[in-house]
Design a protein around this ligand. Structure first.
Ligand SMILES: Nc1ncnc2c1ncn2[C@@H]1O[C@H](COP(=O)(O)OP(=O)(O)O)[C@@H](O)[C@H]1O
Ligand SMILES: [Mg+2]
Length: 565
């Protein structure tokens, strides 16, 4: 709906007989009885097109000019047309199914894109423009459908945000989304087309983690949704992203990024719609056969908007004051993450990562507990770790990845055939560490038997050398799969070697004092992706030091062999 003289954007949210309830998504100052209301003739829709990459929009996909603009003109409809170079892929007479490829487009910014027939239009091509320079709202082709109606197709089209875009078929998940974060890729991996929740109390590092994922993950397109957080929480994205390069391609990061900013100072009702806008944009790129990652910060603020809007209707509140349909709305949203065969016959995916900010960090509250039912990966941020400045503060014992074992073949192709074994070893060590620390607090760590002291030493090493990863380190902020494999295997060999040394009579204190151990702890910061061969050097050095610890030569060889195996 368009409401009032300024044509404020609104959506029908309820029809009671003769009475229509419209939620206006903009500042309603000045509206009064008698004001004119007009229907737009379609559900809340956004205009999709090749000009989205590299830009910043509000929650209803209206362009925000400049990074500091946090408001748009009331009633604004869409951006001015984007210029593009069009290269047709079809000729008159061709039959085009809905969603089929019409040609290729390139705007001044970002990657070349596919220009597809909208998913709800198809037919025989009557005419198509020659290759050249056009605006995204200019007609590029005219189609006649089987009912004899003609359709003018341009590079952009409108799509209702609450309606998932059609696909040919859902496909089984395959490769992981490579995030560049060791603890995620190696311990709690997420498939492309999968969904992950990032719950964490205030200040535990949700925003920093989502930003690190947006910068470092291997998706083709990033849709970053800042939903209801304070404006300064988005400052990192708005100010920093335009300056950064994609660590993989070396191209400006913004070329593959769409930012949707709906901060807490913007109308609360629009926040509810912003999450659907974001996932519709993600689906739009997926339909071009691209892998898209959507980061939403935070789904709690979205749920609060839902609660507020529901409250205004006087709906019966459920758990935590949220409406009873909270769970089904969350399910509808996460359901749109998938790997698909597109209408044009290509493979694309949308991976969703949603931050959750549970009040006082309590994971039993409704948004966290419902989300848990729909996501496969749960990356729990821990306040204690964050306080200790152990980043990323993902708790290895509270987090999980349900499909983790499916990634063993993929990890084998990345040089880590022992991944399942090593992953289990690391997680077991971290679990034992938690138990031993409890016991150590009672009887004193020194009173623990040598075997258990070694367990603590190895678990500390895994935490320091592998889990800890600074988002601000030039070398370590992104860790390639090859490097993760090298580090994981190196740590695995050290652990086996240290156990063999202990069995051969070496004291845990002597192992703890090895200079090579310091080098292991710092290897993430010291040895980058460009110098992977130095991991082998470090391996040899640590092995020498461990071997030198042992008392008798006969045992040394045996233990050395054990370490090799
Ligand atoms: N991975 C990280 N590396 C270094 N510092 C971090 C990391 N994650 C969080 N921090 C620190 O913690 C602060 C709060 O993180 P933030 O992501 O804003 O928390 P949240 O969004 O959960 O409220 C950041 O400003 C930063 O100083
Ligand atoms: Mg935050």
């Amino acid at each position: 709906m368009r409401v009032g003289p300024r044509g404020l954007l609104g959506e029908v949210v309820r029809i009671d007989g003769e009475i229509i309830v419209v939620q206006v998504y903009e500042d309603q100052t000045g509206l009064r009885p008698g004001t004119e209301v007009r229907g737009e003739g379609q559900p809340l829709a956004i205009r999709l097109g090749p000009g989205l990459l590299g830009r910043i929009f509000d929650g209803l996909l209206r362009p925000l000019s400049g990074s500091h603009a946090d408001h748009v003109e009331p009633g604004l409809r869409a951006s001015e047309p984007v210029r593009l170079a069009f290269e047709p892929a079809v000729a008159p007479g061709a039959r085009l199914a809905p969603g089929a490829l019409l040609g290729r487009v390139k705007t001044v910014y970002g990657r070349p894109q596919s220009c597809l027939v909208p998913p709800d239009v198809g037919g025989t091509v009557l005419s198509v423009v020659p290759a050249g320079d056009y605006a995204d709202d200019e007609t590029l082709a005219v189609l006649r459908d089987d009912e004899g109606r003609t359709h003018e197709v341009s590079a952009g089209h409108r799509w209702p945000v609450r309606e998932p875009r059609p696909i040919a078929q859902r496909l089984p998940k395959g490769a992981p989304l490579v995030t560049g974060q060791r603890i995620l890729d190696s311990l709690f991996p997420l498939a492309q087309g999968g969904k992950a929740a990032i719950p964490g109390g205030f200040g535990t590092g949700k925003t920093v983690l989502l930003e690190a994922l947006a910068k470092g993950c291997n998706a083709d397109v990033i849709v970053y949704l800042g939903c209801g957080e304070r404006g300064n929480e988005m400052a990192g994205v708005l100010d920093e992203f335009p300056q950064l390069d994609d660590p993989r391609s070396g191209r400006p990061l913004m070329e593959r990024t769409v930012i949707i900013a709906n901060t807490s100072n913007m109308p609360v009702a629009a926040r509810e719609a912003s999450i659907y806008c974001a996932i519709t944009v993600a689906e739009y790129f997926r339909d071009q056969g691209l892998h898209v990652a959507l980061m939403a910060d935070s789904t709690s603020r979205w749920a609060e908007a839902l609660r507020e809007v529901s409250g205004r209707f006087g709906e019966l509140p459920g758990e935590g004051g949220y409406p009873a349909y909270l769970a089904s709305r969350l399910a509808d949203f996460y359901e749109r993450a998938a790997v698909v065969r597109t209408l044009a016959g290509e493979t694309g995916s949308v991976t969703v990562m949603g931050a959750i900010s549970p009040p006082s960090g309590d994971f039993s509250e409704p948004v966290t507990s419902h989300t848990k039912r729909y996501v496969k990966a749960f990356w729990a941020l821990d306040a204690k770790r964050a306080q200790a400045r152990f980043y990323p503060a993902i708790h290895p014992l509270q987090s999980y990845a349900e499909d983790a074992r499916d990634f063993a073949p993929w990890w084998a192709t990345q040089g880590n055939g022992e991944w399942v074994e090593l992953r289990r070893r690391f997680l077991t060590l971290l679990d034992e560490q938690a138990q031993l620390e409890r016991m150590g607090r009672i009887i004193g760590k020194d009173a623990l038997p040598p075997r258990q002291q070694l367990t603590l030493l190895c678990a500390d090493l895994v935490a320091e050398a592998f889990l800890r990863q600074s988002a601000y380190s030039a070398i370590d902020r992104v860790c390639s799969p090859a490097r993760q494999a090298a580090m994981m295997k190196l740590l695995g060999r050290f652990i086996a070697g240290a156990e063999a040394a202990l069995a051969a009579g070496a004291a845990p204190e002597a192992i703890a004092a090895l200079p090579g151990l310091r080098a292991l702890q710092r290897m993430g910061e010291d040895i980058g992706d460009a110098a992977l061969e130095r991991y082998a050097e470090l391996d040899a050095r640590v092995e020498r030091e461990l071997a030198a610890l042992q008392p008798a030569t006969a045992i040394t060889e045996e233990a050395g062999d054990a370490a090799h195996r």
